[in-house]
Write a protein that binds this ligand. Structure first.
Ligand SMILES: Nc1ncnc2c1ncn2[C@@H]1O[C@H](COP(=O)(O)OP(=O)(O)OP(=O)(O)O)[C@@H](O)[C@H]1O
Ligand SMILES: [Mg+2]
Length: 276
């Protein structure tokens, strides 16, 4: 009896340890009303995430973005440029961190309601950065422990203490890069509000999905941005593509939307594939 039990436990542990991983980022453009000046969730998309996230094949690691819970404050108080020592900025750091924790809690509750146990890993309390693209302190042990316990880690873009400039906005895209480098998941999937990276004007009927993104295409986007100095035509897209290109060294990397989440969870993603 005891032996059987022991065998079962050993089997379960082995399965957990050998299961491949899938790294998902739910963008702020998806889970919030991203153009709102005040924090607003996109409840319809959050509920759909809850419906679709019934994964069995892979161990999940979840990252999420900030959208209206982060970007407006970060911009207003110049958090991207570091500490300016003003009391207003100090207050804004507290506020953005609280708002991000709130958004994380909402997403975790939705995931938990589907029977998936989660553990929040809060970057402002567990990570440090050296500029926007470099994480100097990363809580790998927390991620390992959480996964060994059969839980899904859920982390997010946040305002982190920064070794160079005091404060930094650490994007969920950069966290994806670090997680892909460490865990080499089978798939790393950015899920946003478009079905992938589009060419031409967004929302126009002439706009088509670009099936393969490589360094040449990213260079073209950068050139387009340079030619449109007055407007930020791509928003956060170029930063995301640069992170995705790096990730593609370690993992299949895709950019897609919620319509393809179920396929991604079956190991058959659609959208734009990012390759070296
Ligand atoms: N060619 C393009 N193809 C697809 N999206 C584009 C393109 N150009 C600009 N975008 C914009 O990029 C956005 C995705 O990047 P953005 O950083 O805004 O979202 P996110 O990463 O989901 O949000 P967050 O940074 O809050 O996590 C899309 O919502 C879209 O408006
Ligand atoms: Mg972004």
């Amino acid at each position: 009896m005891t032996l059987y039990l022991f065998d079962d436990l050993a089997m379960t542990r082995k399965e957990i340890m050998t299961k491949e991983k899938i790294l998902l980022k739910f963008g702020g453009s998806l889970i919030t009303k991203k153009n709102s000046e005040i924090p607003k969730i996109n409840i319809a998309n959050l509920e759909r995430i809850g419906e679709l996230l019934n994964n069995k094949k892979y161990d999940l690691i979840v990252v999420h973005g900030a959208g209206s819970f982060g970007h407006p404050i970060a911009e207003k108080f110049n958090l991207i440029d570091g500490l300016d020592e003003s009391p207003e900025q100090k207050k804004s750091i507290k506020e953005i961190r609280n708002q991000m924790k709130k958004l994380n809690q909402i997403l975790c509750e939705i995931i938990e309601s589907k029977g998936i146990k989660t553990r929040s890993i809060i970057p402002s309390e567990s990570m440090k950065t050296r500029g926007a693209k470099h994480i100097s302190q990363f809580p790998k042990k927390m991620f390992d422990k959480c996964m060994n316990e059969g839980k899904t880690p859920v982390t997010f873009g946040d305002a982190t203490d920064d070794e160079l400039q005091g404060i930094n906005i650490l994007s969920g895209d950069v966290i994806m890069m670090e997680l892909a480098r460490i865990y080499k998941p089978a798939f790393s999937i950015f899920i946003m509000d478009y079905p992938g990276v589009m060419d031409g004007e967004l929302n126009s009927t002439n706009s088509h999905l670009i099936p393969i993104i490589n360094s040449n295409i990213i260079a073209e986007f950068k050139q387009k941005e340079r030619n449109n100095k007055t407007t930020d035509v791509t928003g956060g897209l170029i930063g995301k593509l640069e992170c995705a290109l790096e990730i593609s060294q370690y993992s299949q990397c895709w950019i897609t939307n919620l319509d393809s989440l179920n396929l991604a969870l079956l190991g058959k993603p659609k959208g734009s594939k990012v390759v070296q």
